[in-house]
Design a binder for this molecule. Structure first.
Ligand code: KDG
Length: 320
């Protein structure tokens, strides 16, 4: 039985050296990046037995992604696809710096994972996990994956003590807000813990009010056990069984913001799996996220000692 099972696409992330533009660079740094494996890596590095499930071409590129994730302690359950008939998703990332925004170019249409059907996945492992996590990116990738997401969430729900966790992770390059909203609302009955950026709750789920009201409205309408609303620089709010928890963001010098939300979720889940309460988990998630911002790449290459040190330093009021 594993603590955490995640399912989703991981791509090759190709980015130019700091300060260079995609248009001109002759060098691209290659790393693995994908929301669900980012969460698994953060959690694994914090001591969680984490498994990431996906489908990849059986090629050097697919193997590269797997070996990178394994090197962080993540266990993998991969459906290996014929490389002659499948491809790996790729994304090009030119990090933004004031006053220029971040440029993301996806090259992921019809990647191997988009054909994954439930019969290819270890549904027993999902059912036996303590936490099953996927995000709104997964059902956005294909009709097949939309149906598969529904089936794997149902399998997780069949587990005697599996908590299902879903991060909206709305990606405007993949679908429209209306399409996403319809899909999300059909999946919500199978979700125990919802994580959502405040901006997505407003623009995709079309809800209004303060973060706490947003969380309360969603919990009332869909019966979530916990709703976590992340508010960027304004921290996060959680509503858990009627009680509200609030958490400030921990300041950090930002080297690379991509993956910050996933690190937050990885830290949050690690603390919950360790028996921590929701307030402590928000604190831990926030500290994990702040550390991620200091690191280049999607992955939170951090240790429990570093996260503890951030939490303690902040509690001591040294660097707030
Ligand atoms: O959360 C980080 C992800 O956005 C990044 O890894 C790319 O998975 C990705 C996606 O689909 O946007």
């Amino acid at each position: 039985m594993s603590d955490l099972v995640t399912f989703g696409e991981t791509m090759l992330r190709l980015s130019p050296p700091h300060g260079e533009r995609l248009e001109r660079t002759r060098t691209l740094d290659v790393q693995a990046g994908g929301a669900e494996s980012n969460v698994a890596v953060a959690a694994a590095r914090l001591g969680v037995d984490a498994v990431w499930l996906s489908k990849l071409p059986d090629s050097s590129l697919g193997r590269r992604v797997v070996s990178e994730l394994r090197s962080h302690g993540v266990r993998t359950g991969i459906v290996w696809d014929d490389p002659a008939e499948s491809r790996i998703g790729t994304y090009y990332l030119e990090p933004g710096t004031e006053p220029r925004g971040t440029d993301v170019i996806y090259d992921r249409a019809d990647s191997a994972v988009t054909t994954t059907v439930p019969e290819e996945l270890p549904l027993g492992a999902i059912r036996n996990s303590e936490v099953f996590y996927t995000s709104g990116i997964t059902p956005a990738l294909s009709e097949t994956l939309s149906a598969t997401t529904e089936r794997v969430l149902a399998a997780a729900q069949d587990g005697e003590s599996t908590t299902t966790v879903f991060d909206l992770n709305y990606r405007s390059k993949l679908w429209s807000p209306a399409e996403a909203r319809e899909e999300f609302e059909s999946l919500f009955p199978a979700i125990d813990v919802l994580v959502a950026a405040e901006r997505d709750v407003r623009s995709v789920l079309e809800r209004e009010g303060e973060a706490t009201e947003l969380a309360r409205g969603l919990a009332d309408d869909f019966g979530f056990e916990t709703v976590v609303v992340t508010r960027g620089e304004n921290g996060s709010v959680a509503l858990h069984e009627g009680t509200v928890f609030e958490q400030d963001v921990y300041r950090a010098e930002t080297v690379d913001a991509i993956g910050t939300g996933d690190a937050f979720v990885g830290g949050f889940l690690a603390k919950r799996l360790d028996g921590g309460g929701v307030g402590e988990a928000l604190e831990y998630g926030s500290a994990t996220a702040s550390l991620k911002r200091t690191i280049n790449g999607d992955l939170a290459v951090i240790s429990p000692e570093e996260v503890d040190a951030v939490v303690q330093r902040e509690a001591g009021g040294i660097s707030r």
